[in-house]
Design a protein around this ligand. Structure first.
Ligand code: PLP
Length: 497
């Protein structure tokens, strides 16, 4: 990017203005051109940064800048110093963790959000931000096939959302914990909640933050398809009640992190109803698939959940961050979190017409995240989003089929979404330590190639590679190239013996 000193009078030491509007316009055009070029040529970047720990930090001055610098030189350093340390989630070969996409309309939404810079803490601090969030989340609810009424707010992450869900579940107990806390109370039973062994670590973290401790989460074993065993869940609840625990919530997952398994939500909902427990569904990854009507079955039973999360920043083409928290019990969530000091008092939310979004979590300040999601929903429409989700699932099915048809690879779990768990398992090699070393080498070589990035997990204690498709640029050609590379690497490994 070029220097534009002459436009940048506001960076003169004497000035206390913001950047000059004309300088802003020029730099903004430059930055937008840069973004368009970057996205066009993204495959020329290595997916994983080739930097050693500390390289980027050492390349930056330790001393804070005392004098103004031109934006031109800042942008130059962005390219020279920062870019080499970027892991390129936009490269179509990025298939690690849960791959995602910052789509064009989403990036445009982020730009406008930055420019407007509203804080959507109260309705009055930007009525459009509050009301657009309500409308957009209701549109998405319709697209997902979830019944009305369902109240939604947008948080930064699913990790925040599960914390809020469990705080609401705790609030629903007749123990006045909000008022009196839990410590040192003779009348306080030990609280327990439940999730499968495959649930995301954020569930356990929420228990730590809420003061129920890691012991307060009982992890339920899974069946041979990595789904929570509902029979064992009920047995655990009964045992705990008999031992004096107070069960208060169950977290079911639609699309677990390692294998994308789907817990049996209808059976879990029955159990929650029988024992009066809050049912939270973590659909951070898998929930988004339901925008494709042929995938709406994945949310079966979720209409009975007290709260549900899904992350458009995982699989709905939305730039980080955007995590949706839906609840059928907004009053309970509000009872857990609403605290209005004089300086935030207002009259508008006295009626039911408009909420103050600060009342539904710990954050006061809130970004205008619904703008980008609204632009994405409109730009692609449900049909466009469904077609893209469908394509990702098709590519995963194709890859899974190649694995299944190969005598030298094996699938490690069912693939209901766009993620495939697999490993190399050549005939005659059955030593688990050797298989782990072999698969780790194959994955590391794949990742060193710069074209692909895979991550791993362990299933039944066996090292497992994961291919997760969530990038709009990933095509069948990329899948074929990855498969060819994996086969070639295995062949090279076998020949080296
Ligand atoms: C199933 C599931 N739940 C929750 C999370 C946490 O998401 P976030 O990064 O939004 O906190 C993840 C992250 O991968 C996940 O896979």
């Amino acid at each position: 990017m070029q220097e534009r000193h002459h436009l940048d009078r506001a960076q003169q030491p004497a000035s206390i203005d913001d950047m000059e509007p004309e300088a802003f316009r020029a730099y903004a055009h430059e930055v937008v051109d840069w973004i368009a070029d970057y996205l066009t040529n993204v495959e020329s970047y290595p997916v994983l940064a080739h930097t050693a720990p500390g390289d980027i930090r050492r390349a930056l001055p330790a001393q804070a800048p005392a004098q103004p610098e031109s934006m031109g030189s800042v942008l130059e350093d962005f390219e020279r110093v920062i870019m080499p340390g970027i892991t390129h989630w936009n490269v179509p070969g990025f298939m690690a963790y849960f791959a995602n996409t910052a789509s064009g309309p989403g990036i445009l939404g982020e730009m406008l959000t930055g420019a407007l810079n509203v804080n959507a803490m109260l309705w009055r601090t930007s009525p459009a931000a509050t009301e657009l969030e309500q409308v957009t989340l209701d549109w998405l609810r319709q697209m997902l096939g979830l019944p009305d009424p369902l109240f939604g707010v947008i948080n930064d992450t699913a990790s925040s959302g599960v914390l809020y869900a469990l705080a609401a579940a705790r609030e629903a107990l007749p123990l006045h914990i909000r008022q009196n806390g839990m410590a040192g109370r003779a009348d306080m039973p030990r609280l327990r909640f439940y999730a499968s062994r495959e649930a995301h670590s954020s569930v356990e973290k929420a228990g730590i933050v809420l003061g129920v401790g890691q012991a307060g989460l009982r992890k339920i074993d899974v069946d041979d398809q990595f789904r929570m065993d509902a029979g064992l869940l009920e047995q655990a609840i009964r045992e705990d009640i008999a031992e004096g625990w107070q069960p208060f919530a169950v977290v079911a997952t639609v699309g677990t992190t390692s294998t994308t398994s789907i817990d049996p939500v209808p059976e879990i909902a029955d159990i929650c109803e029988r024992y009066g427990l809050w049912l939270h569904v973590d659909g951070a990854y898998g929930g988004s698939a339901a925008v494709d009507p042929s995938m709406q079955w994945v949310l079966t039973g979720c209409e009975r959940a007290d709260s549900i999360i899904l992350n458009p920043h995982k699989w709905l083409f939305t730039p980080m961050d955007c995590s949706i928290f839906y609840t059928r019990k907004p009053d309970v969530v509000k009872a857990a979190f609403s605290l209005v000091p004089e300086y935030l008092r207002n009259t508008e939310s006295a009626g039911d017409e408009v909420p103050n979004l600060m009342d539904y979590g710990t954050s006061l300040g809130r970004r205008f995240r619904s703008l980008k999601l609204w632009m994405i929903l409109r730009y692609f429409g449900q049909e466009g989003m469904a077609a893209r989700i469908h394509q990702h699932i098709r590519l995963a099915q194709l890859f899974a089929q190649w694995v299944d048809d190969s005598p030298s690879f094996e699938r490690m779990a069912p693939s209901p979404f766009s993620t495939v768990c697999f490993r190399a398992h050549p005939r005659g090699l059955d030593d688990e330590a050797q298989l782990e070393a072999l698969n780790e080498r194959i994955m590391n070589h794949t990742n060193e190639s710069g074209r692909f990035f895979l991550s791993h997990t362990k299933l039944h204690d066996q090292f497992t590679m994961r291919v997760a498709i969530g990038n709009l640029r990933t095509s069948e050609q990329h899948m074929r190239a990855l498969w060819d590379d994996l086969q070639a690497m295995l062949a090279a490994e076998t020949n080296n013996k």
